[in-house]
Design a binder for this molecule. Structure first.
Ligand SMILES: [Zn+2]
Length: 195
């Protein structure tokens, strides 16, 4: 990245990213700021209303509305239930999720896969001041690439021994959400949200 004077486009105070790979961070004034090769811009960040009182931080999560078109699914085993589950999941437009905080790809795709199967919806809440926003390090473009791993992860976990999968993903531009989370060892655990 170019060396830029990192100042909030809204209030001009200096920004101090924790992670050198930062893509989106939140200024003390509450503005969400995205960093890219073209500079600093404000970005819309939505906060998901928590269903619990206690949490430690807000985690960034890309949310897509999309449709996964499976064109070819080859398996080694036969399992009617697994086939039906796959059809049931992908035959409709779905919410698709990609964690945007710093995570190994495998962990991120597992978590994205869990979310895709659970399909949580989020209710917006006002910008809260009670917990820090963890910096996003995944660009929307990379999130789209990660979505492919999310789909693969879900399909590979079925009980019919996936051999090959061909698909394409049709989506809208993702929205960035902040999800309440508790510290869990060296990582984070997402907390329940209002539906
Ligand atoms: Zn600011």
């Amino acid at each position: 990245m170019k060396l830029l004077a990192l100042r909030c486009p809204s209030c001009a105070q200096p920004l101090k990213p924790q992670n050198p790979e930062v893509i989106v961070l939140r200024c003390d004034c509450g503005t969400a700021v995205s960093l890219s090769d073209t500079g600093l811009n404000t970005i819309t960040l939505q906060f998901a209303a928590p269903a619990v009182e206690k949490f430690d931080a807000w985690l960034p999560l890309w949310l897509f509305n999309g449709r996964v078109h499976i064109t070819n699914r080859q398996t080694q085993g036969r399992n009617k239930q697994a086939e039906q589950d796959a059809e049931q999941l992908w035959n409709y437009p779905r919410r698709l999720y990609v964690p945007a905080w710093d995570l190994p790809t495998e962990t991120a795709s597992q978590l994205g896969g869990d979310l895709v199967q659970r399909q949580p919806s989020f209710e917006r809440t006002d910008q809260p001041e009670n917990a820090p926003f963890i910096e996003a390090v995944v660009t929307p473009e990379d999130a789209l690439k990660l979505l492919e791993f999310v789909v693969l992860n879900v399909e590979a976990a079925r009980k019919d021994w996936l051999k090959s999968l061909e698909f394409h993903i049709e989506t809208t531009t993702p929205q960035l959400w902040a999800i309440p989370a508790l510290k869990d060892g060296s990582g984070w655990r997402m907390q329940p949200v209002l539906k």
